[in-house]
Write a protein that binds this ligand. Structure first.
Ligand code: 5AD
Ligand code: SF4
Length: 469
């Protein structure tokens, strides 16, 4: 198997074509853009940060909510203007919105030259060639196998400290509000050996943190690498032969005990006791779990097809805190899903309050064509009600985040510096184990350093302090 190589080689040829990529949406898209980068670099392209210097522009897109798509549509209309200066400019729309709309952006709206879905990236050089031959180009076929396993991502805009590693693709969960199973296809896991190899290369290249990515990392399952053992009991056979997420996590944690390991996203129904035990066992696995609840009402959870109840979620949350009291848990919440009543909304607020989430991503429900909810339910909560409920949810989360941050005052946290602070060039920013953002005076420290920071003051979003020995 070809070994992944994550080092960006300086490109010296002069006749390379210029590729500009913009990524939208989730971390998975940013990770995919690095795979796209690698594929295109193999075919005579190099990266530019200047859209006006580009021969090819790709927008790697998100379709999860309508406003995400509107933003991208506006950007595409704007980019079309660049063709006035460069009539040979090729514009491609990739990712989830491409998959959802298929030929619409190409034929009806005439906004782009290329449409490529998430499983069609190996085809991109060919699609570019088709456009150069005067044709429009589209590939939106979804695959049951594609994981881009052996492609070594070209690290784009990297800080050289933290890297995404994709471990699985697609989702089989069919939450009724979600378009992802339709845009990213069936769930499939990447070869465990290729994941571990990629992490080794990152470690050897000086990276200090990897973030294992998948729509539903806890259902990671890989068979391979060694003889299969036959057991009488089918379940036992699967267990003994397969690399499940807990095993993968352990393999990755063992690559370099100094390297921080994070992962996202976890479905509450799939995160197992074994995964929690592995997290507890290894100091270098960060104590943070992103565990979307979506709602605190059992009735709404059922309508969402989340397959757990309010009580079940809270028990899982309590078990994590029991095993690892220091573990932070963040959440996703949707306000105003179909049929949501004021009581359901109050149940969401009370679940949040009971769990005291350290952080949440919060959204208004946005109906997505083709989803189970769009087909079978009515988007019947008025926009203003969705909005006012969302405001209450955000307000509660801000209060809880501030209280949680205040509990750090006077304590020392270990931070991996990953950027210069947005507010001041004299400060560095990083994250602690629990994924809280920490800001501190730069002094003699640099990006990539682990430092101990004594927290002196906080805001809703950051911990601020000074470096101590
Ligand atoms: N409307 C609003 N939010 C959504 N999400 C997914 N689909 C929708 C939708 N149709 C949110 C969920 C998910 C996160 C990635 O986006 O909270 O966990
Ligand atoms: Fe969407 Fe649910 Fe899959 Fe997450 S688990 S990607 S919300 S279908």
């Amino acid at each position: 198997m070809q070994a992944p190589d994550t080092i960006i080689q300086p490109i010296v040829e002069t006749n390379l074509r210029q590729l500009y990529i913009e990524s939208y949406g989730c971390a998975m898209n940013f990770s995919d853009s690095e795979i796209i980068g690698s594929i295109m670099a193999e075919h005579g392209f190099e990266f530019t940060n200047d859209e006006f210097n580009a021969d090819v522009i790709f927008l790697n897109t998100c379709a999860i909510r309508d406003n995400a798509e509107q933003k991208i549509r506006d950007r595409l209309k704007h980019l079309r203007g660049n063709k006035k200066q460069n009539k040979d400019l090729i514009i491609g729309v990739l990712g989830c919105m491409a998959e959802r709309l298929k030929s619409k952006l190409l034929e009806e709206e005439k906004l782009v030259d290329i449409v490529a879905g998430p499983d069609a990236y190996r085809d991109l050089p060919k699609l570019v060639a088709q456009v150069e031959d005067g044709n429009k180009a589209i590939n939106v076929l979804l695959s049951r196998e594609e994981t881009y396993a052996e492609i070594s991502p070209l690290r784009l805009n990297t800080n050289g400290v933290s890297a995404f590693v994709s471990i699985m693709r697609g989702c089989d969960n069919m939450c009724s509000f979600c378009v992802v199973p339709f845009t990213r296809g069936r769930e499939r896991s990447r070869d465990a050996e290729s994941i571990v190899n990629e992490v080794k290369i990152l470690s050897d290249s000086g990276y200090k943190e990897v973030i294992l990515l998948g729509q539903n990392v806890d259902s990671y399952l890989w068979f391979g690498g060694g003889p299969k053992v036959e057991f009488k009991n089918a379940e036992e056979s699967v267990k003994q032969n397969a690399v499940t997420f807990d095993k993968l996590l352990e393999m990755v944690a063992l690559v370099n005990p100094e390297m921080r390991i994070r992962f996202s996203t976890s479905h509450p129904k799939d995160i197992s006791e074994e995964v929690l035990q592995v997290m507890k066992k290894y100091d270098n696995i960060c104590k943070h779990i992103h565990l979307p609840a979506q709602s605190g009402s059992t009735r709404i959870l059922e309508a969402m097809n989340r397959t757990y109840t309010r009580e079940w979620y809270m028990a899982k949350h309590a078990r994590i805190k029991e095993l690892m009291p220091e573990c932070s848990i963040s959440c996703d919440i949707i306000s105003g899903f179909c049929t949501e009543t004021e009581q359901d909304h109050q149940d969401t607020l009370s679940l949040m309050e009971a769990c005291q989430f350290e952080f949440s991503y919060m959204y208004k429900y946005s109906e997505r064509p083709g989803t189970l909810a769009a087909k079978k339910m009515t988007d019947d909560v008025p926009e203003e009600v969705k909005g006012s409920r969302l405001t209450e949810i955000i307000h509660l989360q801000s209060k809880m985040s501030l209280a949680n941050n205040k509990s750090y005052i006077g304590k020392t946290v270990r931070v991996l510096a990953d950027s210069v602070s947005k507010k001041s060039e004299n400060d560095l920013a990083g994250r602690n184990d629990q994924n809280s953002k920490v800001v501190f005076p730069k002094g003699q420290y640099k990006i990539g350093d682990f430092v101990n920071v004594l927290i002196e003051r906080v805001t809703t979003t950051s911990l601020i302090g000074i470096v101590v020995p």
